[in-house]
Design a protein around this ligand. Sequence first.
Ligand SMILES: Cc1ncc(COP(=O)(O)O)c(C=O)c1O
Length: 401
Amino acid sequence: MVINSTVIEGLRKEYGEAFYLLDSDQFRTNFLELKEAFSSIYPKFNIAYSYKTNYTPKFCKIVNELGGYAEVVSEMEMELALRCGVEHSRIIWNGPIKDKERMSEFLLAGGTVNIDSVSEAEYIKELARATDKVLSVGIRCNYDVADGVVSRFGFDVDGEDFKKVLEIVTTTPNLHFINFQCHFAKRQIEYWPARAKGMVELLDRVGVIPERVDIGGGLFGKMADSLKAQFTSEIPDYKEYAEAAATVFADYFKGKDNAPELIIEPGSAVVGDCMKFVGTVKTIKNVRGKYFASVLGSQKNISMTGINPPMEVVHMSAGEEYEEVDLVGFTCIEGDVLYNNYTGELAVGDAIVISNCGSYSLVMKPPFILPNFPVLDICGEVVEVIKRAETFDDIFHTFNY
Ligand SMILES: Cc1ncc(COP(=O)(O)O)c(C=O)c1O
């Protein structure tokens, strides 16, 4: 995706001075590369894309087209998967709270629900008793991976609740126990062997091998070196994650014919580098010796705090040289800084192009101060409008005046 002043000028004419650029080609590449990294070690492998990270329908449809699962955590996301044409059997519903009615419909239609509480298990047990359909359920598991976190998700695999739920899912007629699942948020590589070993130990101990074992998301994605340098830990690549986790499964199931499908639930790892945000410098001023450039765009658009994101300034006219300019957003928050201490040429009208905006950005953008900007895909021959610019009415039509 080449983004130069000519491209920006053309896009501005049609779509305004701020927009996201979605890179669908990169998304496909990431999905296939990540899949290959794990499959080359443990062939029975698949990806369940974490919708919450970036639920842009175009991404969700690509995952479906490439044979991945949809990992959803709410009725809203489940509905989105269906509207993207994903079959129930390809949707995995995690999440701590599920609406009973929607969950029942979903189970009866063939979707997988990963149980996260005893009350949910008991409700599903009653549902199974009242139907002659087979319902697919999994259990969310929780164990120590030495990451210093006591996660609130899933069941402590050494606890009584876990035993109770395992008993329900393995003995209730019409319940098909389809998978164990876990998710740990910390992305550092050292926690990956632990999560895989924890699962394998669990399978060994309970003596039940479900069809699938899902070891969750929490992987770093590809990023520019300037961004990598701002993390205190190493940023592993796909192969390193695969070696850390898939090898554990390959070793354990070597020569056994009951090997489950191994699943991971990446969001950031596949979508992080698939969106850029383009904003425009609107004013430059000096306040008590400090330069500020106000940008049409906000930290809320990129959801990156405490770091300088990978950024390129595309000059649209001749500018002046500045030192340590803070590029600040359109909101009224003091801390709305897109980039700290930029040094170089800058002019009003310049475009700032921020990369690595794909994860937890668009989905977490509040309607704060301004409606959101459009999302465009410029990978093909023509510009595809993925999401039009939000309008006043998009934000305010739910209020009563
Ligand atoms: C259950 C589950 N799976 C997958 C993910 C995706 O995580 P990431 O985007 O860090 O890969 C999350 C994120 O919170 C999650 O809660």
